[in-house]
Design a protein around this ligand. Structure first.
Ligand SMILES: Cc1cc2nc3c(=O)[nH]c(=O)nc-3n(C[C@H](O)[C@H](O)[C@H](O)COP(=O)(O)OP(=O)(O)OC[C@H]3O[C@@H](n4cnc5c(N)ncnc54)[C@H](O)[C@@H]3O)c2cc1C
Length: 398
């Protein structure tokens, strides 16, 4: 048996042991992009105790020292097993930035707390007038006269889990004179700093994942700046490589396909047999989707192998992002279709970690409509569908 096959078995055994029926049941009531904070914390601490909470970190900072293929296997098996999808904003996005650009003091302060889960992070990039065109951001940070801190004023929007996070990394404008990209800095701020207000944005499905965050003369110590002043654009772009980089989405999408099949076989089709038996068109679309998800999985494996060989993946991350987001949307559409009338009722009371209200209809009826609605955002966050196409068009010289 190859090392990687043995590694896969190790991960599977761990998941059988630690992913309890209770955790799986809680996860089956999740409809957001990430698992909600309480469930995330539970799974985070189990992975932390195992030393596996930051698969992409080097051993010297507390990572497991896995190669890219092992990381892929871990993510893939976790997704297939139905493990909570915990926010990657700290360990996967901010952690590598601090390792590369942070001072020794920042590394010592932030990396262990990120690993343990003591610090729960959110990402303050987007603003009302700065999403795809991020360099247009206006939130300003003015250096105090004594040079000890910045005074931050402005707002951020679409900030995932800002209402749960106790730290935010953010992009701010520290120079009004330079060209837009040259006047940006990267700051870290505790969310309980005086002057920060978090305002909920409720998603179309009823979830509270997103927020608007307002800054009114918030003081951020200069030692919380990562990288040089006005050099934040380079830091921001480095971080986005990790947001959009290699992934293992196929395993997660496959769960939705399996679920669609289960529901279609259980639900009546109206003519006396199951929806599955009565709808060859549905079966054909599900089979087509399965084929395309297999294609995505091969691409994900290829990227992992390339990274393991030290080869650049270039714009392939845009292809993966496009494939993962559009296939996920199609899989959740099939779920709603298979669920039929039970997709219609308001199931919000049955969603979330602490929900003890049964869904209207069978157990599996709680999440499909909410998931369907929430995954419309998959082609917006992390670089929109159109922006990814622009990147690909540039690469092939269109
Ligand atoms: C669920 C969710 C979670 C998010 N979480 C976070 C978070 O935690 N932190 C954070 O900072 N941000 C977050 N975002 C924000 C996200 O990064 C932005 O929504 C995204 O970058 C798009 O920006 P925008 O919403 O301002 O849309 P715009 O940039 O205004 O785009 C509007 C439309 O125009 C298209 N468009 C824009 N520019 C071009 C172009 N050059 N060529 C062709 N088409 C173009 C876009 O594709 C889109 O269809 C989140 C968003 C969502 C939906």
């Amino acid at each position: 048996m190859s090392d990687h096959a043995a590694f896969r078995q190790t991960i599977q055994a761990f998941l059988v042991d630690k992913l309890t029926p209770e955790l799986k049941a809680a996860n089956s009531r999740q409809a957001g992009v990430f698992a909600d904070a309480e469930l995330s914390r539970r799974w985070h601490s189990i992975l932390y105790d195992q030393g596996w909470i930051a698969p992409n970190w080097p051993v010297e900072h507390g990572g497991p020292g896995w190669d890219p293929v092992e990381r892929f296997i871990f993510q893939d098996e976790s997704a297939r097993a139905g493990a909570p999808y915990i926010p990657v904003i700290g360990t996967q996005m901010c952690g590598p930035v601090i390792m590369r650009y942070g001072t020794d003091a920042q590394k010592a302060r932030f990396l262990p707390a990120m690993l343990s889960g003591e610090h729960y992070w959110c990402q303050g990039y987007s603003e009302p007038g700065a999403g795809s065109d991020l360099a247009a951001l206006k939130t300003r940070a003015d250096l105090s006269q004594d040079g000890t801190h910045y005074v931050v004023n402005g707002s951020k929007i679409w900030t995932t889990h800002a209402h749960k996070a106790n730290w935010m990394f953010m992009l701010v404008r520290t120079s009004q004179e330079a060209k837009p990209q040259a006047g940006i800095s990267f700051l870290l701020t505790p969310m309980d700093a005086p002057g920060i207000t978090v305002q909920p944005i409720i998603s179309i499905s009823g979830e509270h994942e997103l927020n608007a965050v307002f800054f009114d003369n918030v003081r951020v110590p200069v030692e919380n700046r990562v990288g040089e002043e006005n050099a934040g654009w380079g830091v921001a772009k480095y971080l986005l490589e990790f947001e959009r980089g290699a992934g293992a989405a196929a395993g997660r999408i496959r769960r939705f396909i399996d679920q669609a099949r289960i529901m279609a076989q259980a639900e009546g089709g109206g003519g006396g047999a199951s929806f599955w038996d009565e709808n060859p068109d549905f079966r054909a679309r599900l089979a087509q989707l399965e084929i395309e998800v297999l294609g995505l999985e091969f691409s994900e494996r290829e990227v992992a192998a390339k990274l393991a060989a030290g080869q650049p993946i270039g714009a392939t991350s845009s292809l993966l992002k496009l494939g993962a987001s559009t296939l996920l949307q199609r899989a959740t559409e099939l779920n709603v279709e298979a669920l039929g009338v039970y997709a219609m009722p308001d199931q919000r009371a049955a969603l979330g970690f602490a929900a003890n209200t049964p869904p209207v209809g069978p157990d599996y009826a709680a999440t499909p409509m909410a998931k369907y609605l929430n995954t419309r955002a998959a082609t917006i966050y992390g670089g929109s569908y159109e922006v990814q196409h622009n990147i690909l068009a540039r690469v092939i010289g269109l």
